[in-house]
Design a protein around this ligand. Sequence first.
Ligand code: AGP
Length: 604
Amino acid sequence: MCGIIGCIGRGSDTLDTLVHGLEKLEYRGYDSAGVGLLDTEIVVCKAAGEISELRKKLEGQSIAGRAGIGHTRWSTHGPPTDANAHPHSDCTGEVVVVHNGIIENYQELRDELEAKGHTFTSDTDTEVVAHLMEERITEGESPERAFRGTVQRLEGSYAIAALVEGEEGLFAARNDSPLVVGLGDGADLDGDGGQFFLASDVPAFRDFTDRVIYLEDGEFARLDGGLKVTTSEGELVSKAVHTVEWDAEETGKSGYDHFMLKEIHEQPRALRQCLRGRVEEQTATVDIGDIADLNPSGVQFVACGTSYHAAMYGAQLIRNAGVPAQAFLASEYATAPPPLQDDLVVGISQSGETADTLSALREASGRGGETFTLTNTVGSTMDRECDHTLFIYSGPEIGVAATKTFAGQLTALNLLSLATVESGRQRRAVVPALRELPGDVQRILDSSSAEEVAEYYEGSRSYFFIGRGYQYPVALEGALKLKEISYEHAEGFAAGELKHGPLALVDEDTPVFAMVVGDGEEASKTVGNIKEVEARGAPVVVVTDGQSDAERYADHVLEIPESHPRTAAVLGNVQLQLVAYHIANRLGRSIDKPRNLAKSVTVE
Ligand code: AGP
């Protein structure tokens, strides 16, 4: 998804700061990049492809600027070309803009502007912003007024930054798309001067400051050696400065070949952070603050992708405690919204910015529903808009494939369920397993044979994943992880569902990964399903704690420590993450930035 960086007050480092910021935003996924620098004139340089292409274009040019903006584009209107890359300019080149999101009424605005004689040079929706500003400035409005007036004509989602020749600093506005200001050396809210940053996401400038201000929908900012934040009517807004807790090192690869592998290995620490101060083993208590006072009569989960798999798991936890709960794909929620009664609507989202999930939460909130988000991102739109937030505290996740945050989501869902709807008996059974979880994950990381399994099965026609109960969402997640980073065909199924159709696809070229936990009825039924696929010639990889006799029917075994079935889901998933990673790595895929995908999906 697109990324924005802007800065002022960096002197001769302006260009380097912008390019550095763009590189830090690469994890969001993009297909072109560009920068615009304001000096006596505005200079724009942009290129389709990776940031290295932009660097090549910048080589040998001495581009200076007091202020600048940069952008990584993920195509929505028009293919990834130099012309469609941001920044976009007006007819004179004196106004340049970058934009994240989608301007829904852009065609109508473009028709209007073309009728007035404006010439467009790209296919993008964004370019209308520059021409609308030009129109107003030509009519005599100040650049600040022109920016405000322009933004008020836009319908849709946007985070926008603009430069205007002859004007000090940069302008910014947001609606449904995140934008954050960073206060660097010498910058404070009452002062004049110092370094200011603007970005769609903190990692873009985290190397330079940990002091941030989150802009809200409908707010405008002017960064000109000071910071002025106003409403759309121009009234001053007073903003709080927040401190970002994590450091820049956490966004580096720390010697791993890929962020995904680093993040898989960070899971023990991430889980400790999630559990710290929240579970007490002696007394089997769970402390998640006031959230524990919630007493929902039902729970509706809304989420997408990996977070949806976590939602399925969460719904099972709540239902098993006797409270009605259902997981909805966020993009489908509003098509037939379920009755709310006194249900709690829980949006699960790593980023806290996913448009489909936000939209479902807003739909529920609009009907008077109480909303809750379980997220990794402090200050995200969901965190700010929902009635309640539970953080998973996984730390920044850079790889597009969600790994440690899925583990964090499952763990935090246990805390939510145990604290709100479950009994003391259940807490006594689960809290010790939660306390063991970071160590158990570490044991898997230290001993996994996933790499050999990946080597053995790489090149198969299809990969199937099966599980029951809490292991069913993990089977879906195992398949999603493999397909998104390896581009190989993979499907996850409820183990009992295979015989109702998918079994027709099974043969010796379709390895089946089966999750088998414990020695109860679920395990023995899944063993029955393993026998069914084995009889059709499929190789079987069993992910198991060794309590059942599943290993007898397996071609390969991926072991997990004995645990509670709920925490075993986190453990089994680690093995599947490693299998997906090693298959994709052997195939030479772009693991951290898979083709066509983006880390934060801020369009519906
Ligand atoms: C999974 O690896 C993907 N990154 C994707 O499915 C992701 O989980 C989904 O887009 C939702 O993102 P969110 O958790 O930030 O809302």
